[in-house]
Design a protein around this ligand. Structure first.
Ligand code: PLP
Length: 490
């Protein structure tokens, strides 16, 4: 490979060495110097060439893989990806040859927008199995959902729809639903908002897409928890963000590292109530220092509160939104965990100055979310079913978590399971690779999600996400037995 021999890179003292290597390779890929399909040297060979540790090169490769610049083909090595997110190009590689056509345009692939190419490379398919295997983390307790009541509410609503309900509606969403959400959040999450700040969107993903579109310019640095939620990373990459991975410790996102790596970041995405995937709760002092930094840096904070309703012991800490006095926090909520994912209803709580511009752009996307589902959900909330369902689910998830912890105590895993959410993390013994283990899980009728799937910088050890929410005690016990058998094969 000539990219380093022809153009030596100079490391930036404020950034880890691997980021210098990452940036160097990214620029070479985008300038066409490293063409689509080019095979890269092994991490060991490149580490020898650069006289750095293999881990440093591994980190750079992992970030390029996560952002879609590279792809790894099992058994054959690592290659420059066929679809390249050129939108991320901000500075061409110094001395790179000028190419009239980017490498991808010469291939027979259809030509997509820069936005689409970045997102095609970053997209991960959801699990759509009819009955998920243990321990799929995103599965809520669908067996305990009040299906009959829900169908009755749908039929009643459908019968009562007036002619005007069939016309276009408010882009912010169905007013009684927004009122119910605002009332619920004020009481249970200490969110401060008026009805006007609530916008109904198609799940958290719709919120992330809209926020990225509205607030990020190509090249803008965005802090992301590492490990973190790929749905958010994909939305930001589509807008051309430069993802700045920020480590998470037992107090949540390490704010000081964020400030050291990208003090002028445009945005930060985080899950402070129950960090995804590790499950940590962000400490109050970290929350306050994040808000303070955001205020001075004029940065936006995207607070994704995806499953915070499920807390089995202590009361949750106040949301960042509730502590924000400078209109920096955009709060995102979803009904995917508290009800079911296919409902595709979530919401944004916007700082007042953002409301009107967001509405204007929303009208150019899908105009508004479907009316019937919003009205049924409003009835479900207003008539008290939602509160009852949450109470029941909290008890059920606490029970299922207990069943998992008891059964898994026999396994050689170190389980980190805060009393919250619907999944926990089982850390593997040193040297056991979570990716290869997870790739064999289906042979054991298991659905195992490796923590490494979510990380940009390599983790000190491998881990598995163990979702318990969607599985009864018997399924959990049987699943743990099969997991034990899988671990014994290593
Ligand atoms: C961190 C995080 N945010 C949000 C969601 C839910 O996304 P959506 O509301 O788009 O279904 C998930 C689902 O697994 C998640 O892990």
């Amino acid at each position: 490979m000539t990219v380093f021999s022809d153009h030596p890179f100079h490391s930036n003292p404020n950034l880890p060495l691997y980021q210098g290597i990452y940036a160097h390779m990214r620029a070479a890929i985008l300038s066409g110097e490293l063409k689509s399909g080019t095979k890269l040297p092994s991490t060991r060979a490149l580490a020898d060439e650069l006289k750095v540790s293999r881990n440093t090169v591994l980190n750079a490769y992992r970030q390029l893989l996560a952002e879609g610049y590279l792809e790894s083909r099992e058994g054959s090595g690592t290659f420059v990806a066929p679809f390249l997110p050129e939108l991320l190009l901000t500075t061409p590689h110094p001395g790179a040859p000028k190419t009239a056509q980017p490498a991808w345009a010469e291939s027979s692939h259809p030509s997509f927008s820069e936005r689409a190419k970045a997102q095609i490379a970053a997209s991960q398919p959801p699990s759509v199995r009819r009955s998920p295997y243990p321990f799929l983390p995103e599965a809520p307790a669908l067996d305990a959902f009040p299906h009959q009541l829900w169908s009755r509410l749908i039929v009643r609503r459908a019968r009562r729809m007036a002619l005007s309900d069939f016309m276009y509606q408010d882009s912010a969403g169905y007013r009684p639903l927004r009122e119910a959400i605002a009332a619920h959040l004020t009481i249970s999450r200490q969110v401060h908002c008026t009805l006007d700040q609530v916008m109904i969107v198609p799940g958290s993903q719709g919120a992330l897409d809209l926020a990225a579109r509205m607030l990020i310019n190509a090249g803008d640095p965005v802090w992301m928890e590492d490990p973190g939620y790929p749905g958010a990373r994909g939305a930001f990459l589509g807008a051309g963000a430069q993802i700045i991975p920020i480590p998470v410790d037992n107090e949540g996102l390490v704010v000081e590292t964020g400030i050291a790596r990208a003090p002028r970041a445009r945005m930060v995405y985080l899950t402070p109530s129950h960090q995804f995937p590790l499950g940590v709760t962000m400490s109050l002092s970290r929350r306050l220092s994040l808000l303070d930094w955001a205020k001075h840096a004029n940065a936006y904070i995207l607070e994704d509160d995806y499953d915070s309703e499920f807390r089995f012991a202590a009361r949750p800490l106040a949301t960042l939104q509730g502590l924000d006095e400078a209109d920096r926090v955009i709060y995102i909520g979803t009904f995917s965990k508290v009800l079911f994912p296919s409902i595709r209803i979530g919401y944004l709580i916007l700082p007042p100055p953002l409301v009107d511009p967001f509405l204007k752009v929303r009208r150019l996307i899908d105009i508004h979310s479907p009316m019937l589902e919003q009205a049924v959900l409003a009835d479900f909330m207003i008539e008290g079913h939602f509160r009852r369902h949450l109470r029941r689910m909290r008890a059920l998830y606490a029970e299922r978590r207990g069943a998992l912890l008891e059964a898994a105590s026999e396994l050689p895993l170190e389980i980190h399971s805060p009393e919250a959410g619907i999944h926990c993390v089982g850390w593997l013994p040193d040297g056991m690779d979570d990716l290869s283990l997870a790739s064999r899980a289906a042979d054991f009728d298991l659905d195992l999600t490796p923590v490494s799937n979510f990380s940009i910088e390599p983790l000190p050890r491998g881990g598995l996400l163990l979702g318990y929410g969607g599985f009864g005690a018997q399924e959990i016990n049987d699943g743990v037995r099969r997991l034990g058998a899988l671990l014994r094969t290593v």
